[in-house]
Each structure stands twice: as C-alpha cells, then as structure tokens.
Design a protein around this ligand. Sequence first.
Ligand SMILES: Cc1cc2nc3c(=O)[nH]c(=O)nc-3n(C[C@H](O)[C@H](O)[C@H](O)COP(=O)(O)O)c2cc1C
Length: 412
Amino acid sequence: MRILLIMTGSIAAYKSLDFIRRARERGHVVTPILTKGAQEFITPLSAASLAEQPAYTELFSLKDETEMGHIRLARETDVILVAPASADFMASMVQGRAQDLAGAVLLAADKPVFVAPAMNVKMWESAANQRNLAQLKADGVRVISPAAGEMACGEIGTGRMAEVQEILAAVESVHVQESLRGKHALITAGPTHEPIDPVRYIANQSSGLQGYALAEAFALAGANVTLISGPTTLKTPFGVTRVDVKTAVEMMDATEKNLPADIGIFTAAVADWRVENAGAQKFKKRENGEPPVLRLVENPDILKTIAAHKNRPTLVVGFAAETEYLEAYARAKMQRKSCDWMVATDVSGGKSFGTATTSVLLLQGDAPAQPLLDVEKTAVAKQLVALAAQHFSSSGNVTAFPSSNLSKRKKA
Ligand SMILES: Cc1cc2nc3c(=O)[nH]c(=O)nc-3n(C[C@H](O)[C@H](O)[C@H](O)COP(=O)(O)O)c2cc1C
C-alpha cells in the first residue's frame, strides 16, 4: 500500500519516524511530507532516510512543481495519513487552506484521509479543537483517537498520539475495492537462479517488479494472494503470502503445491534450462586452461503445466517478453501454452527490465490487443485486476473479452 504521511508540528513527530519503519517492514511504501512545524521536531533527512523516498517540504518548489508535484503526490497514493496531526494543522484542514504543500495535497486528495491527533490534554479538550474535530469527521476524515495517559508536558489526560501499531492497523483497514474478495490469486515473479556449482548460477534480468505490483494490486482488491517469488530484493506487499524459491524446479513445485487458485498469473522469468552437471563443489580453474563444459537440460514449463493441470486455475494469464514481432509471438505462445490471456511485454533493447514503467499488449483470446504503452507497472496490475474482476463478476460472460480458450473451457 502507498501511504502519503504528512507530519506536523507536534512533539510526537518522532513516533512517526518509527511509523515509517514499521510500515515499511510490512511492505508499505511511505512518502513523507513535513510541515514547517514538523521540521522543528524532526528533519526531512531522517524521514527520507527511513522511508528511502524523498521527503517533501515545499509547495513552491521549482523542481517538484514543474510536474505539479502537489497534485501528483495526492494522486500517487492509496491513503493519506496525517500523523502527528497538530491542533493548528487540523484547524487549517477544516478551513481547507492550501498555504503549504501538505494543505494543498489534502485539498487535491481523492483518497481516504486519516488523522492521528497529538496534543496537550487542554488543547485536545478545547471547544475550538472539538469543533474542528467534529467538522473533520463530517468531511469524511477518519480520526484515529489519541490515547489517555501521561503526556510529554507532564500533564495527564487524553491527547497522546495513538500507538504506532494502532495507527498502522487503522490505515491498513482502509476500505479497499474488494472486487476480488475470496478469490485465490497465484502469482509467480522474479527470475530463477540455476546453479552451476555452489557459488555460481545462471540468472536473468527480471527484477520481479511487475509480479510484485500484481500481487499488491490483487491483495488490495481483496484477493488471497500467494506470490511464488524467485530471488529479488523487493519487499513483500502488504497482505500477500510469499513463498521464496530459487530454481525453476522449486518454482514448479511451489506453484503446484499452492493450487487450487481462481487466477494464475505467471510473470516469473523462468530459466528454460538448468545445468545438468552442476558441481557439488566449486569448479576450480584447471592447469591446462580448459573451462568446464556445462550440459544444459530443459526445465519444467510452469505455464504449460499449470494450464493443463487437473486443478487448472479458472483464469490462466501468461507473460511473454519479446524483442520483436511482439503480438504475433505472444499470440503463438498463448495458443501453445493454452492460456486465457497473455501480457506481451516489449523488451526490445532491454526495455522494461528493472524499470517502474513498461509497454505491453493485453491479449484476451481473439479480441483485439489492448496496448498499454509507457505506463507504470502498477497500472498494468490495476488493469488486470479490473479485467479479472469483470470476468469473475460476469461469471463467464465472454462477450466482453472473447477468448476461444476460455469459452471452450467454460463449456466443458
Ligand atoms: C515544544 C513544543 C511542542 C509542541 N507540541 C505540540 C503538540 O503536541 N500538538 C500540537 O497540536 N501542537 C504542539 N505545539 C505547537 C505547534 O508546534 C504549533 O501550533 C505549530 O504552529 C504547528 O505547526 P503545523 O501547523 O506545521 O503543525 C508544540 C510546540 C512546541 C514549541
């Protein structure tokens, strides 16, 4: 989940640094914004370092506003959290003020907004603050109530910011469009590593980004997601069950073990071959200078095996990375492997590997290809969620997405 975290001028700001750490441990991406007040308590550098994202502070920034940064920040998130929310900042929210970056972002927001107030007990109880709170609630802002107890100022009462775990739980419970609630999505991602000997392996350039984006999007749509992941450095998206594998044989095994599924999406770049005579010990350089000869043997074809499996998922979606004849090759692969849909990725010139953006053609049986060119991988993921939701809700209505394979199987 993407969380836009607005930190304001309260002594509790240090707790929000901890929030960033905890949220990231759970696979969320946190983008911090610090108001002027917040910067009296913590630095943008601390927030940025913990978030491993830039921390934003300025509305009138030449760099960020050339691309209308405040609108972009408001759009490119799943939820906005104001924590700590100072009394002053809540008052400006009530007035709809856009005098700084945080205010402008909130006015432009079309996502759920949470506030976690933190202030002295008398400030909390004050008539003005209570009026503001009531107005914020009426405006649809979700208030994560402060706790009672001893405060930084030494007084006792309500006003202490809610604990980090409580704030996380509230944000995570944000109502998602649960169009795929109860469906099991089985997704493979990343490369495989095929050992040459205990310290060397054959790999490929897959980063896993597309598969992880899909896992996150399907989980957000309410699906139970099992992500069979080859070696990557990516964090497990929130709510996703991840099974780590290294080789194609392990990936095949884990994928079969995790059937049945309603939808299987096969984004992993599975090595076609493994080394049959991989060394049990590290290969040593030879005196005569002759390199070892590696014999390759074909790996199991995961997509083909699962598409023909007795527990075949209702929808089988393959990915094809092609450098030329994108549509023709991908259509041929869709036929050959008996999958319902195919996402043809243009990897000419090394495009799409490890980058956040991609260009794909979505193929659904015989229907004309849907191009998604130069889009974020998250956009491809969202589109597949939308198509899957439409497919399952229309319970086999194949007119919207004609697919010869699909219609054959539905009749069977
Ligand atoms: C040491 C200190 C601690 C403060 N703690 C809080 C607090 O916990 N909650 C609050 O609402 N204001 C607190 N304030 C006051 C705010 O920082 C002040 O209203 C500021 O203008 C808020 O800025 P903002 O709108 O960027 O949040 C504190 C001020 C100081 C000097």
